[in-house]
Design a protein around this ligand. Sequence first.
Ligand SMILES: NC(=O)c1ccc[n+]([C@@H]2O[C@H](COP(=O)([O-])OP(=O)(O)OC[C@H]3O[C@@H](n4cnc5c(N)ncnc54)[C@H](OP(=O)(O)O)[C@@H]3O)[C@@H](O)[C@H]2O)c1
Length: 296
Amino acid sequence: MKILLLGKNGQVGTELQRSLKPLGEIIALSRNEANLDDPRGLTETLNRYAPDIIVNAAAYTAVDKAEEDQASAFKINSEAVATLADYARDSGILLVHYSTDYVFDGEKPGAYVETDTPNPQSVYGRSKRAGEQAILDSQCKALVFRTSWVFSAHGNNFIKTILRLAAEKESLNIVADQVGAPTSAGLIADVTARAIAGYQAGAIKDGIYHLTATGETSWHGLASQVVQQALANGANLKLVPGDINAIPTEAYPLPAKRPKNSRLNTRALSSALDLALPNWKIDVNRVVDQLTKKAP
Ligand SMILES: NC(=O)c1ccc[n+]([C@@H]2O[C@H](COP(=O)([O-])OP(=O)(O)OC[C@H]3O[C@@H](n4cnc5c(N)ncnc54)[C@H](OP(=O)(O)O)[C@@H]3O)[C@@H](O)[C@H]2O)c1
C-alpha cells in the first residue's frame, strides 16, 4: 500500500512518518515537494505518485496571521483540500485529513459532538470548516479528525513557548477561561494509523471524528503542569507554578477570536476503534520530559 503523506515536517506529519510505517510504503513530502498553494503542481504530484491513501497533515496553521491573510488560509485549508478530495473520489482512494476545534464558536456548555453545528469565529476556523465541507461535498472516501491544542517536542507550540518564557521571566499571565484538551501529535499519529487499519477492516466508516486526549484544562492549567513537570526534572526556571497568574481572555487580546469551550467529545471514535484515549497530562509530561530531562 502506497501512502502519500503531505506536510511531513509539521508536528503531526513528523509523528505520522513513524506511526504509518507498518502500514506500507510512505511517500512523505514537504512544502517544497508538494505545495498546497499550487493546485496544478499538486495535481501533478498526485498523478505522479498514484497513492492508495492520501494523509494530509499540511495546513495553514498561523491562526492570528490568517486574519490578515485570508486568501492564503483558504487556498491551503480549503481549495487544496478540495483538489485532494476530488482526486481521492475520482481514484476511489481514502483521504485522511485533520481539522480543528476552532470550527466551533465555543458557546456550547458541554463537549462538542461531531453533529453539532459549526460556527467558526476566525478566518482560520472558517478556512478549516471550508476544507471539511469540500471533503463532504466531494463524497470521497474520507476520515477527518478534528483535534485541539496540538503539541510535540518538534515544532512550535504552547509548551515550548512556556518553557522558554519560564526560563526568562519571574511571572507569567496566562489565559484561564479557555478550556480544552491538549493533544500530542504522537497520539494523533498513532490513532490515525489505527483508524486507517480499522477503516480497511470495516470497523470505522467515513466521516468526521473528534480525536483528542481525555480530560480538560485551561491554558493556565497547561502552563502550570508544564512548569511543575519541568521543575521536577531539575530544569533551570525563574518561576514556579504559583507565579503563573490566571487572566481572562479579554486581558490578552489577539487578532483571532478563540473558542472558550474547545472540548470535543471523542466517544464516536473511541467506540468505533475500541480505544482508551489517555488523559492529556500523560503526554504533556512525556513531552516536557523529552524537552527538559538531561541525558544520563
Ligand atoms: N496545532 C494545533 O494546535 C492544531 C489544533 C487543531 C487542529 N490542528 C490541525 O492539525 C493538523 C496538523 O497540525 P500541526 O500542528 O501538525 O501543524 P504544523 O506543525 O503547523 O504543520 C503544518 C505543516 O503544513 C505545512 N504547510 C504549510 N503551508 C503549506 C503549503 N502551502 N504547502 C504544503 N505544506 C504546507 C508546513 O510546512 P513548513 O514545515 O514548510 O512550514 C508544516 O509542515 C492541521 O490540519 C491543523 O489545522 C492543529
